[in-house]
Design a protein around this ligand. Sequence first.
Ligand code: FPP
Length: 241
Amino acid sequence: MTDLPKHIAVIMDGNGRWARQRGLPRSAGHQAGVKATRKIVEHCVRLQTEALTIYAFSSENWRRPEKEVNFLMELFIKAIGSELNKLHENNIRVQFIGELTKFPDGLLHEIKLATEKTAQNTGLRLNIAVNYGGRNELTNAMVQIAAKVEAGELSSKSITEDVILQHSWLPDCPEPDLFVRTGGEQRLSNYLLWHIAYTELSFTDTLWPDFDGDELDKLIEQYTQRQRRFGQTGEQVQASE
Ligand code: FPP
């Protein structure tokens, strides 16, 4: 049996389809998606999960209709604003990963407030990926490392996997143990590419607004039945348990 996952990474997919199935606008699906997010955060607090990393907005999501992008920005501003006290009371440390510069001032303000207010909290680490792309994260790390090499602060020989991790947007989180994607698609969509090299992948057809603690428990249960080998043989892993 594998221990409970310390870090869970989630792609919350299916808000639009959930709304379409009910004859509602996509915006209603996103609103229902916020409610589902709240439930999953609460559930992870109960499970004493160390970190939960959710994909709220990818660097490719800017390609959606302007109306939907604007709605999502407003929704994030409202959701962070109205949830912040509760997140803080629950000792949750909120961090945002991604290229934050492109966002409207109102959202940047909420992001700063949430990050600063919860910075000293020691409970669940809630990482919210916004304008995030895995390739972008790696490119950004390479650029920083190259600048240090050019400036003579780092020698090219001392570039290790750990140095790359330290220049990533999640330098001090345990690697995700479990990746969950709702909404039926089975792809990574440029999510956490560096960090999920050995993560166990789990896909469910459930649309994000319908996803809840019971369903997460089922996926965690399946995860605990898996043997994580990290390149070793099954026999080696058994012998070391
Ligand atoms: C996927 O549904 C979801 C998103 C693009 C992101 C929006 C996420 C939320 C509103 C959840 C709450 C997040 C926070 C940080 C409070 P989709 O539109 O891709 O669905 P579809 O594939 O069915 O069209």
